[in-house]
Design a protein around this ligand. Structure first.
Ligand SMILES: Cc1ncc(C[n+]2csc(CCOP(=O)(O)OP(=O)(O)O)c2C)c(N)n1
Length: 334
């Protein structure tokens, strides 16, 4: 067992009573994210669109579980691996896929593409391409909420590669000092591109960074959507009721490469296969089976998801590109 593998072993919580409709909803969301990204990978390989594409496959329970703990008026801000967070916050697969294709019907009129999804009405404040660059922005939105007294919470997602960045410390320090209603979620998928965490941080328990700022922390494995929802739920309550930030480290794994051009030479096939045994989508299906949801009902959810994603791809294919003359309209404001 490698050093990385040893770090993610932890005891499981006891069984909980669960609401069937919620389980169905979480499974539908995780599966739709998985299928949407598989469709995106295929389209990218067929050169239907260019730029970068960082897939979230393997981490689905984190975005779905954490965002399930929010109210619609709460803010979510994320990095370049943000397709899942956008979908879980309510953006339609159509709008996401069309954005990747660079089409006018995309959420940013096709001008952003992957890394730049944004949906102001749903309070999804974006993907950001600069590692850690959005963490002070999250402190800013939480400051605005506190100043206005609007009761909103900001969830800020970032990778383990952000933790050594100055922006991380700046954002967390101010959030702690000013008691801001924000939850910092480090999605620790063990690698920053090809660099394992122990080569970039001397203390690989990321949650310990909270100690230096005097804020609450939590740390757990992220394959179980219900665990993620419940544990992030505690942090969200702390933010909303006590106006106090929390730093949460969720250990997870990306099954695909860092981006589409990553050959994955820094990890073994065996390691990837080992993690696939803890597939959050498979875990979600097992939760439905445990809750005695009939196989036919699960198959119906799966068929509906397939249809949703196929329709979204078709929508993107059929959509027009933004007319060249309109480009500046969204770039400059007089
Ligand atoms: C400030 C900055 N430095 C370097 C890069 C290049 N870069 C893009 S992604 C990445 C790795 C980040 O890894 P992590 O934060 O762990 O997120 P993950 O990709 O694992 O989700 C790097 C170094 C960047 N985008 N921004």
């Amino acid at each position: 067992m490698s050093r990385i593998e040893r770090e993610v072993v932890e005891p499981r919580e006891k069984a909980r009573s669960v609401d069937k409709a919620q389980l169905v909803h979480y499974y539908q969301q995780m599966l739709a994210i998985r299928r949407m990204e598989e469709a995106l990978a295929k389209a990218y390989a067929l050169r239907k669109f260019g730029g970068f594409l960082h897939l979230y496959i393997g981490q689905e329970a984190v975005a779905v579980g954490a965002i399930a703990a929010l109210k619609p008026e709460d803010y979510v801000i994320a990095t370049y691996r943000e397709h899942a967070h956008a979908y879980a916050k309510g953006m339609a697969a159509k709008q996401i896929i069309a954005e990747m294709y660079g089409k006018e019907t995309g959420c940013s009129k096709g001008l952003g593409g992957s890394m730049h999804l944004f949906d102001a009405p749903r309070n999804f404040l974006g993907g950001y391409g600069i590692v850690g660059g959005h963490i002070p922005i999250a402190a800013g939105t939480a400051y605005a909420s506190k100043y206005r007294g609007d009761g909103r919470v900001t969830l800020c997602f970032f990778g383990d590669g952000s933790v050594a960045q100055g922006a991380f410390h700046e954002g967390v320090a101010l959030a702690a000092l000013w008691r801001l209603p924000v939850v910092f979620i480090c999605e620790n998928n063990l690698y920053s591109m090809g660099t394992p965490l122990y080569r970039s941080l001397s203390v690989t328990d990321v949650s310990q960074k909270a100690l230096g700022y005097g804020i609450a922390r939590d740390r757990f494995d992220g394959e179980d959507v219900l665990r993620v929802r419940d544990r992030i739920g505690e942090a969200v309550r702390r933010a909303r009721n006590e106006s106090m930030p929390t730093l949460v480290e969720i250990r997870t794994y990306r099954f695909r490469g860092h981006s589409m051009s990553d050959a994955g030479l820094y990890r073994t096939k065996e390691e990837v296969e080992e993690w696939k045994k803890r597939d959050p989508v498979g875990f979600g299906r097992a939760l439905l089976e445990k809750a005695n949801v009939p196989e036919a009902e699960i198959a119906a959810i799966e068929a509906k998801v397939k249809e949703e994603i196929e329709e979204a791809v078709q929508f993107a294919e059929d959509s027009p590109e933004l007319a060249y003359e309109r480009l500046a309209e969204f770039t400059y404001k007089e």
